[in-house]
Design a binder for this molecule. Structure first.
Ligand code: CIR
Length: 243
């Protein structure tokens, strides 16, 4: 983790033992929220491999294995593909396309895909080519000043978007209600929504209160070490339904 990629934040020492304990607590939190969790073994040679979200976009009918921009992150994809193989048919991207799951926000059957340093137009077009025939809508959106689309906004249920509108023009999402992150918590928009509950880093109490004021149930969790690696609560898992 000490060698993780960083784009918008400065490097700070990461306590890997604490990161491990926080990861265990993260798994337990997902279980309390009702998820069955498949935990993959650590990949000590791949410093960003805890951020599995970036390696796949999973819908009910297909897992699209992504094409991360960085060479070190491309190597994360085969392990996750193998783990998803029992659950989904798989598609992939080719050529110049780049795409990372952190840039993909699903709201119902619409996938909003952020154009970023990590995700390019070919990536969006190839994702659309795979998913639109299955009845999904894929829409490119623009944002600025942060790593991934889901650093700028996340869907938190009840037709509501949690967003930092300094980084994204929320008019791109049509009719969604918007809850703004607290101004002193600009990175608080990365929130994990499962079954009407929202997991949010404990470092964002004011944003948590804003969500609670809208009747949204918030579970705080300490993820200080992945935050130093420019990650958050969505990045460390891939959510999909099994039946
Ligand atoms: C990276 O720069 O790729 C990692 N250090 C952080 C990735 C975080 N992933 C995510 O937001 N989905």
């Amino acid at each position: 983790m000490a060698e993780c990629a960083l784009s918008f934040i400065d490097r700070a020492p990461i306590d890997v033992d604490l990161a491990r304990r926080q990861h265990t607590a993260y798994v337990e939190a997902l279980q309390r929220m009702g998820a069955a969790v498949i935990v993959l073994p650590a990949e000590p040679d791949l410093p960003d491999s805890v951020f599995v979200e970036d390696t796949a976009v999973v819908v009910n009918d297909l897992a699209v294995m992504t094409a991360p921009l960085l060479e070190s992150r491309r190597k994360e994809v085969p392990t996750v593909a193998a783990a998803l193989a029992p659950y989904r048919k798989q598609g992939g991207l080719s050529g110049e396309a780049t795409l990372e799951g952190g840039d993909v926000m699903m709201v119902g059957r619409t996938l909003y895909v952020g154009l970023s340093a990590r995700t390019n137009r070919q990536g969006v077009a190839q994702l659309a080519g795979l998913l639109e025939p299955l009845g999904y809508r894929v829409e490119a959106v623009r944002f600025r000043d942060c790593l991934h689309l889901k650093s700028a906004c996340c869907y938190v249920g009840r037709n509501t978007l949690l967003a930092n509108s300094a980084w994204i023009d929320t008019a791109q999402f049509g009719e969604l209600d918007v809850v703004e992150v607290a101004p002193e918590e600009p990175t608080a928009a990365n929130a994990l929504w499962i079954d009407e509950q929202v997991l949010l880093p404990a470092s964002f109490p004011r944003t948590a209160q804003r969500l609670r004021d809208r009747g949204i149930m918030v579970r705080p969790i300490d993820v200080s070490e992945v935050q130093k690696a420019e990650g958050g609560v969505t990045c460390c898992s891939i959510l999909f339904e099994t039946e």
